[in-house]
Write a protein that binds this ligand. Structure first.
Ligand code: SF4
Length: 79
């Protein structure tokens, strides 16, 4: 099983916030999470983690699950 470095998480702008913000019941309601992620100093590490670990749900690094799937498809095509 792969292990990921998630030490960046303690610096996340989402620390202490309601997790429901980042796991909206509908992806159309991701705006609040995305705007918080835009202010986050570990956004790139967070997005890298979500892509590498294939996180299937939630907003990570300011990117919704649907958009991450699209990024992975595009990345596969380019590779
Ligand atoms: S990018 Fe968003 S989800 Fe990731 S640590 Fe920062 S605030 Fe949290």
């Amino acid at each position: 099983m792969l292990e990921f470095d998630v030490s960046w998480r303690v610096k996340g702008a989402c620390q202490g916030l309601d997790p429901d913000i980042f796991y909206p019941d509908n992806e159309e309601n991701s705006d609040e999470a995305i705007s918080i992620c835009k202010t986050c100093e570990v956004r790139i590490a967070c997005l890298d983690y979500a892509l590498d670990s294939r996180e299937k749900q939630g907003v990570w690094g300011g990117v919704s699950a649907r958009e991450r799937r699209r990024l992975l498809r595009v990345g596969r095509r380019i590779a």
